[in-house]
Design a protein around this ligand. Structure first.
Ligand code: RB5
Length: 143
Protein backbone atom coordinates (compact mmCIF):
# COMPACT_ATOMS: atom_id res chain seq x y z
CA UNK A 1 0.00 0.00 0.00
CA UNK A 2 1.22 3.47 -0.89
CA UNK A 3 0.54 6.39 1.46
CA UNK A 4 -0.05 9.71 -0.31
CA UNK A 5 -0.39 13.22 1.11
CA UNK A 6 0.08 16.86 0.21
CA UNK A 7 -0.35 20.35 1.55
CA UNK A 8 -2.52 22.94 -0.23
CA UNK A 9 0.30 23.65 -2.70
CA UNK A 10 0.27 20.04 -3.86
CA UNK A 11 -3.45 19.34 -3.66
CA UNK A 12 -4.26 19.17 -7.38
CA UNK A 13 -1.28 16.97 -8.21
CA UNK A 14 -1.97 14.73 -5.20
CA UNK A 15 -5.55 14.20 -6.34
CA UNK A 16 -4.38 13.38 -9.87
CA UNK A 17 -1.87 10.86 -8.52
CA UNK A 18 -4.48 9.17 -6.33
CA UNK A 19 -6.83 8.84 -9.32
CA UNK A 20 -4.00 7.40 -11.43
CA UNK A 21 -3.04 4.86 -8.76
CA UNK A 22 -6.67 3.83 -8.33
CA UNK A 23 -7.10 3.44 -12.11
CA UNK A 24 -4.07 1.15 -12.11
CA UNK A 25 -5.52 -0.74 -9.12
CA UNK A 26 -2.48 0.10 -7.03
CA UNK A 27 -3.59 0.14 -3.40
CA UNK A 28 -3.16 3.57 -1.84
CA UNK A 29 -4.40 5.69 1.05
CA UNK A 30 -5.01 9.43 0.71
CA UNK A 31 -3.99 11.12 3.98
CA UNK A 32 -5.02 14.61 2.85
CA UNK A 33 -5.04 17.48 2.69
CA UNK A 34 -8.59 17.58 1.41
CA UNK A 35 -9.13 21.26 0.57
CA UNK A 36 -7.45 24.45 -0.48
CA UNK A 37 -7.09 25.86 3.05
CA UNK A 38 -3.50 26.61 4.03
CA UNK A 39 -1.97 23.80 6.09
CA UNK A 40 1.50 22.98 7.40
CA UNK A 41 3.40 20.48 5.27
CA UNK A 42 5.35 18.87 8.18
CA UNK A 43 2.07 17.50 9.59
CA UNK A 44 1.44 15.57 6.38
CA UNK A 45 5.06 14.53 5.89
CA UNK A 46 5.00 13.06 9.40
CA UNK A 47 1.89 10.96 8.70
CA UNK A 48 3.27 9.42 5.52
CA UNK A 49 6.83 9.01 6.78
CA UNK A 50 5.74 7.23 9.97
CA UNK A 51 3.52 4.86 7.99
CA UNK A 52 6.42 4.00 5.71
CA UNK A 53 9.01 3.74 8.50
CA UNK A 54 6.74 1.40 10.48
CA UNK A 55 6.06 -0.78 7.46
CA UNK A 56 2.34 0.01 7.47
CA UNK A 57 2.85 1.44 3.99
CA UNK A 58 5.44 0.00 1.61
CA UNK A 59 6.13 3.44 0.11
CA UNK A 60 4.92 7.02 0.19
CA UNK A 61 4.32 10.00 -2.04
CA UNK A 62 4.41 13.59 -0.75
CA UNK A 63 3.65 16.80 -2.61
CA UNK A 64 3.95 20.43 -1.56
CA UNK A 65 4.42 23.53 -3.68
CA UNK A 66 8.09 22.95 -4.40
CA UNK A 67 8.59 19.55 -2.78
CA UNK A 68 11.35 21.06 -0.66
CA UNK A 69 9.51 21.33 2.65
CA UNK A 70 8.08 17.83 2.36
CA UNK A 71 11.47 16.30 1.61
CA UNK A 72 13.20 18.12 4.47
CA UNK A 73 10.45 17.02 6.87
CA UNK A 74 10.13 13.39 5.80
CA UNK A 75 13.89 12.83 5.96
CA UNK A 76 13.83 13.64 9.69
CA UNK A 77 12.14 10.27 10.32
CA UNK A 78 14.65 7.42 10.78
CA UNK A 79 14.54 4.91 7.96
CA UNK A 80 13.10 7.35 5.45
CA UNK A 81 14.84 8.07 2.18
CA UNK A 82 12.65 10.77 0.64
CA UNK A 83 13.73 11.92 -2.82
CA UNK A 84 12.60 15.17 -4.43
CA UNK A 85 12.58 14.57 -8.17
CA UNK A 86 11.86 16.82 -11.13
CA UNK A 87 12.14 14.67 -14.23
CA UNK A 88 12.15 11.08 -15.44
CA UNK A 89 15.89 10.66 -14.92
CA UNK A 90 15.83 11.68 -11.27
CA UNK A 91 12.65 9.65 -10.67
CA UNK A 92 14.38 6.55 -12.03
CA UNK A 93 17.61 7.20 -10.13
CA UNK A 94 15.66 7.70 -6.91
CA UNK A 95 14.60 4.06 -7.18
CA UNK A 96 17.64 2.47 -8.86
CA UNK A 97 20.41 4.14 -6.84
CA UNK A 98 18.79 5.59 -3.70
CA UNK A 99 16.02 3.06 -3.01
CA UNK A 100 13.88 6.07 -2.11
CA UNK A 101 10.93 4.89 -0.06
CA UNK A 102 9.14 8.22 -0.44
CA UNK A 103 8.84 10.14 -3.71
CA UNK A 104 8.47 13.91 -3.32
CA UNK A 105 7.11 16.19 -6.03
CA UNK A 106 6.48 19.91 -6.44
CA UNK A 107 2.87 20.67 -7.25
CA UNK A 108 3.81 24.17 -8.40
CA UNK A 109 6.70 22.84 -10.45
CA UNK A 110 5.11 20.02 -12.43
CA UNK A 111 1.90 19.65 -14.41
CA UNK A 112 -0.46 16.90 -13.29
CA UNK A 113 0.52 14.78 -16.30
CA UNK A 114 4.23 15.23 -15.56
CA UNK A 115 3.78 14.35 -11.88
CA UNK A 116 1.72 11.25 -12.63
CA UNK A 117 4.36 10.15 -15.13
CA UNK A 118 7.17 10.54 -12.57
CA UNK A 119 5.24 8.38 -10.10
CA UNK A 120 4.90 5.67 -12.74
CA UNK A 121 8.62 5.82 -13.57
CA UNK A 122 9.57 5.56 -9.87
CA UNK A 123 7.17 2.68 -9.21
CA UNK A 124 8.38 0.66 -12.20
CA UNK A 125 12.10 1.19 -11.53
CA UNK A 126 13.98 -1.24 -9.30
CA UNK A 127 16.77 -0.72 -6.78
CA UNK A 128 20.05 -2.00 -8.24
CA UNK A 129 21.77 -2.86 -4.96
CA UNK A 130 25.46 -3.68 -5.38
CA UNK A 131 27.72 -0.67 -4.85
CA UNK A 132 24.74 1.42 -3.80
CA UNK A 133 24.05 -0.66 -0.70
CA UNK A 134 27.16 0.45 1.15
CA UNK A 135 26.05 4.04 0.58
CA UNK A 136 22.59 3.35 1.96
CA UNK A 137 24.23 1.66 4.94
CA UNK A 138 26.29 4.83 5.52
CA UNK A 139 23.13 6.94 5.36
CA UNK A 140 21.55 4.67 7.98
CA UNK A 141 24.67 5.03 10.14
CA UNK A 142 24.21 8.80 10.07
CA UNK A 143 20.91 8.30 11.91
C1 RB5 B 1 3.27 26.57 0.97
O1 RB5 B 1 2.98 27.88 0.59
C2 RB5 B 1 4.64 26.19 0.49
O2 RB5 B 1 5.61 26.83 1.26
C3 RB5 B 1 4.82 24.70 0.51
O3 RB5 B 1 3.84 24.12 -0.30
C4 RB5 B 1 6.15 24.14 0.03
O4 RB5 B 1 6.47 24.65 -1.22
C5 RB5 B 1 7.26 24.24 0.99
O5 RB5 B 1 8.37 23.76 0.77
Amino acid sequence: MIAVASDHGGLDLKNAIVVSLQEQQIECVDLGTDGTASVDYPDFAEKVAKMVASGTAKAGILICGTGIGMSISANKIPGIRAALVHDEFTARMAAEHNAANILVLGGRVLSADQGVRLVDVWLTSRYEGGRHQQRLDKIAALE
